[in-house]
Design a protein around this ligand. Structure first.
Ligand SMILES: NC(=O)C1=CN([C@@H]2O[C@H](COP(=O)(O)OP(=O)(O)OC[C@H]3O[C@@H](n4cnc5c(N)ncnc54)[C@H](O)[C@@H]3O)[C@@H](O)[C@H]2O)C=CC1
Ligand SMILES: N[C@@H](CCC(=O)N[C@@H](CSC=O)C(=O)NCC(=O)O)C(=O)O
Ligand SMILES: [Zn+2]
Ligand SMILES: [Zn+2]
Length: 371
């Protein structure tokens, strides 16, 4: 087909470049990133569908490392501390942090949303004097990064960083969606849409909360075997049914589930997840990130008749306070982490790692940043 004068769609790679990383300013921390995992939100922003996506930038937000140096006034971490960068900050002082109602923090969010540091609204990354933007306040696809001190959690130095890096995003999001956002009670019937890392962590959290049935829904039936070991008790592939998936679930559960979780980022599935909830009390939690311009819809009658629609960011966990607690739970073998790591690679292979994310067998790829 002739392509002259046409827009061409083609593949591009992330590039590995020498970057200058400026010293941390007041209230900032420079971290040597040792291990980072890839999350689908990195792929989402890279795809251009994130309205906050700003390029050129350094992606990455699920990582662990060691503090290299700190700026003036930083008291809670020092060089040598083992840390997890937290894309969801916790300053403990702002209106959000003090509300007792949310884990969202307002202190640095406006700056991180436009790829800069709060102090001087500049980036600490540059190439030949030209700025490279930060991403989610973390930018962990760099061997060194600079984060705000409110965006870094100090953790047990005995914790294996090649595993606990996952506690920077996907696993806490799923667990917390169940424990903090939905507050699932023992005996509940739960539906999980999407059986990737986030959905499996929802299943793990629901099992720990004492759910009686955990129904996993995915269009890839290969996901089902593995999901059993995370707590899923029943499986449905929407492709095997002619009826809308919400009707299939309502029929299977005597009127609907107590809690549902959308862990895909698909607005049609978000609707199905709400509508498969039980009349009068069923609660649906949106976890997946949908692309710019997408909107959710349902008949208002669904809410009038008692269903509740919620969303969650980082599973409602307060990052600096609770990430160290999650690390401790992992060290005591109370939560899984190793089981979500399906591949280990190096920074040089980051493009292959992104390709692997489309492979049904892949949950999390962990990159060793210094080989
Ligand atoms: N709210 C938050 O704080 C966070 C949100 N996320 C978002 O959560 C979502 C899930 O992340 P991962 O588990 O890493 O993704 P993933 O891509 O590994 O898992 C998604 C799963 O959904 C399945 N799926 C796709 N379309 C489907 C459909 N129409 N019906 C049923 N199943 C379908 C896929 O086969 C896959 O198993 C992403 O959108 C990610 O950006 C991730 C971390 C934090
Ligand atoms: N910039 C995106 C926002 C995407 C989003 O919702 N991010 C989640 C975390 S996804 C992690 O992998 C989140 O916590 N949001 C709250 C926040 O403060 O960003 C967009 O605009 O679509
Ligand atoms: Zn993420
Ligand atoms: Zn705050």
């Amino acid at each position: 087909m002739a392509t002259q004068a046409q827009v061409i769609t083609c593949k591009v790679s992330l590039v590995i470049e020498e970057v200058e990383v400026a010293p941390p300013q007041a209230g900032e921390v420079r971290v040597k990133v040792l291990f980072t995992a890839l999350c689908h939100t990195d792929a989402y922003t890279w795809s251009g569908k994130d309205p906050e996506g700003l390029f050129p930038c350094i992606l990455g937000h699920e990582a662990a490392g060691i503090v290299e140096s700190v700026g003036e006034g930083v008291t809670e971490v020092q060089p040598g501390d083992h840390v997890i960068p937290c894309y969801q900050a916790e300053c403990k002082e702002c209106k959000f942090c003090k509300s007792g109602k949310t884990n969202l923090c307002g202190k640095v969010r406006l700056a991180t949303g436009v790829g800069v540091m709060l102090n001087d609204r500049q980036s600490r990354f540059s190439i030949n004097g030209k700025p490279i933007y930060h991403f989610m306040g973390t930018s962990t696809f760099s061997q060194y990064t600079v984060v705000h001190d409110v965006s870094v959690a100090k953790i047990d130095p005995k914790a294996p960083l090649d595993k606990v890096c996952l506690l920077g995003c996907g696993v806490p999001t799923g667990l917390g969606a169940v424990w903090n956002t939905a507050k699932v009670e023992p005996g509940s019937i739960v539906a999980v849409f999407g059986l990737g890392t986030v959905g499996l962590a929802v299943a793990e959290g629901a099992k720990a909360a004492g759910a009686s049935r955990i129904i996993g829904i995915d269009i890839d039936s290969k996901k089902f075997d593995r999901a059993k070991s995370f707590g899923v008790t029943e499986f449905i592939n929407p492709k095997d049914h002619e009826k809308p998936i919400q009707q299939v679930i309502v029929d299977l559960t005597d009127g609907g589930v107590d809690y549902s979780f959308e862990c895909i980022g698909n607005v049609s599935v978000m609707r199905a997840a709400l509508e498969c909830c039980h009349k009068g009390w069923g609660t649906s939690v949106i976890v997946g990130v949908a692309a710019s311009g997408q909107e959710i819809s349902t008949r208002p009658f669904q809410l009038v008749t008692g269903r509740v629609w919620k969303g969650t960011a980082f599973g409602g966990f307060k990052s600096r306070s609770q990430v160290p607690w999650l690390v401790d739970k992992y060290m005591k073998k109370e939560i899984k982490v190793d089981e979500y790591v399906t591949h280990n690679m190096t920074l040089a292979d980051i493009n292959k790692a992104f390709d692997l994310m489309h492979d049904g067998g892949c949950l999390r790829v962990v990159l060793d940043m210094h080989i």
